[in-house]
Structure formats: structure tokens, C-alpha cells
Ligand binder design. Structure first.
Ligand code: CTP
Ligand code: ZN
Length: 142
């Protein structure tokens, strides 16, 4: 077991589904941060069997909506002065704005440059969201 020390200040993304850590790393563009970032893969977890985990030592704050879409059920721990001051258990977001695009080519949002389209969760199992413009369903690609 590789030991990664506790951090003074930053964020610990815990309970990431095994195999998902690298995608979270890429999607949150953690490579662009000028901070210490550690990705742990396939570590033992009491509840999940195995899991991935990311530690970021920085002031940077994650976008919970985006992360909830990519990796629902992640636990976000906010660390200050070496102590966990906040713990947030993510869920698939009910509303998504500014991240997804409608999959319907005939949708007005794809004809004109519409920004910040609101999508509403339709099916959590399939990650399908309903477009506010055409009511069509689009799957969040992962
Ligand atoms: N952690 C850290 N630096 C700190 C405090 C915690 O890196 N200063 C990390 C721990 O290593 C752990 C995660 O944050 O991976 C959660 O830590 P902890 O508060 O100890 O909670 P746990 O009981 O391990 O987890 P949970 O409450 O989510 O079950
Ligand atoms: Zn649409």
C-alpha cells in the first residue's frame, strides 16, 4: 500500500467508482492546476471493495454539478488547516446548465447559438436529461 499523507488545505474526492478516477481527473482538467494533485487508483475501501481517490492541495473549488454528472456518489471533503471542515455526498444533478448540448439535430438550440440550455433529469439510471427547448432526451455521455 502506498501511503499518501493528509493534506493541509484542499479537496479530497473520495469514493470515486473504481476506474473512474482518471476520467474525473481529465474532465476537471486537474492537469492544468498549478497545485499538488494525487490520483490513487484501485485502493481498498470498506464499503465499495475498491475505489479511486483524488487529493488536490489548493484553494481551487470544484464544480459540484459537473462532478455530480461525471461521478455521482463521490464524497467531496473540504480540508482547511489539516481538518475536514465539510463533507458533501454528490448526486446526479436534477438540473444541468451550461454543460450539456442537445442531441437532437433539429432542436432550435443547435440551429442558433443558444447558451446555458437547461436540462432536467429524466432517468437517473441512464443519465438521460430533457432539453427545455425541444423536450427531447439526451444522454450525458461518459
Ligand atoms: N484527508 C486528507 N487530509 C486531511 C484530512 C483527510 O487527505 N487533512 C483524507 C483522508 O485521507 C481520507 C478522506 O480525506 O481519504 C476522508 O477523511 P476522514 O475525514 O478521515 O474521513 P473517513 O472517515 O476516512 O471517510 P468518511 O467519513 O467519508 O467515511
Ligand atoms: Zn433540444
Amino acid at each position: 500500500m502506498i501511503n499518501v499523507s493528509k493534506i493541509k488545505k484542499g479537496i479530497v474526492l473520495d469514493h470515486i467508482e473504481q476506474g473512474n478516477g482518471y476520467r474525473v481527473f481529465k474532465d476537471l482538467r486537474l492537469d492544468e492546476l498549478d497545485a499538488v494533485v494525487v490520483l490513487l487508483q484501485n485502493i481498498n475501501s470498506t464499503s465499495l471493495g475498491r475505489k479511486d481517490l483524488i487529493k488536490i492541495e489548493t484553494d481551487y473549488r470544484v464544480d459540484f454539478t459537473a462532478l455530480g454528472l461525471i461521478a455521482p456518489h463521490t464524497t467531496v471533503n473540504i480540508i482547511e488547516n489539516g481538518e475536514r471542515i465539510k463533507k458533501v455526498r454528490l448526486e446526479l444533478p436534477e438540473k444541468v446548465m451550461g454543460i450539456m448540448q442537445c442531441g437532437n439535430p433539429r432542436c432550435v438550440s443547435n440551429q442558433e447559438k443558444v447558451e446555458n440550455i437547461e436540462f432536467t433529469l429524466h432517468n437517473a439510471e441512464t443519465k438521460e436529461y430533457r432539453c427545455e427547448y425541444c423536450d427531447g432526451l439526451t444522454k450525458f455521455r461518459d
